[in-house]
Design a protein around this ligand. Structure first.
Ligand SMILES: *Cc1c(COP(=O)(O)O)cnc(C)c1O
Length: 168
């Protein structure tokens, strides 16, 4: 029956979690130090719900309007990560409409983030361990775990390839 069949996305989530376990172990880190953000941009509410039902709670979106549309259709214990470019005039709208927004990860520049963290922490006078690093996507999350990432953002490996509407 339906409940005995794991959805493709739930199955893919499980495989990603297993790969994270291996990478974390090899890097000599603990799995509590690495958070998996399931990137659901362009994906339907129903497939997000399948991954939610498999026990996952951290999801990422990178378009303000898409997140504002989806969030109320899904459980409010989801912890949403906004991972796109956030224009300052849209920030207020996002916060007002997504009460369960958990984190905004600015991803304007991806060049040598690991070094960037060191420089930023030094400049701010905070310990590096107290500063999160969001690095790693479907193609390189294991490497990112080795490099100290605390947030890996995996989309297509969980949800399948994204389909964008054809350009006119
Ligand atoms: C789409 C997206 C991802 C996920 O990419 P995949 O290659 O599908 O895992 C991660 N981070 C950001 C900022 C994205 O926009």
């Amino acid at each position: 029956m339906a409940h005995s069949l794991e959805s493709a996305a739930a199955n893919a989530l499980r495989l990603v979690l297993e790969r994270i376990e291996v990478a974390v172990h090899q890097a000599g880190r603990s799995s509590s130090q690495v958070r998996l953000v399931a990137v659901s941009k362009t994906k339907s509410v129903s497939v997000i719900k399948e991954v939610y039902d498999a026990g996952h709670r951290h999801f990422g979106e990178n378009y303000v309007q898409e997140l504002i549309d989806k969030a109320p259709q899904l459980s409010n214990d989801i912890q949403w990560h906004f991972i796109g470019h956030l224009q300052s005039n849209k920030a207020k709208n996002l916060v007002a409409n997504v009460p369960n927004l958990y984190m905004v990860e600015s991803v304007d520049s991806t060049k040598m983030l690991a070094n960037c963290r060191e420089e930023i922490c030094t400049a701010l006078g905070i310990r590096e361990e107290g500063c999160e690093l969001s690095m790693g996507m479907s193609n390189d999350f294991e490497l990112a775990i080795h490099m100290g990432s605390t947030n890996i953002r995996v989309g297509s490996t969980i949800f399948g390839a994204r389909e964008y509407p054809a350009k006119q």
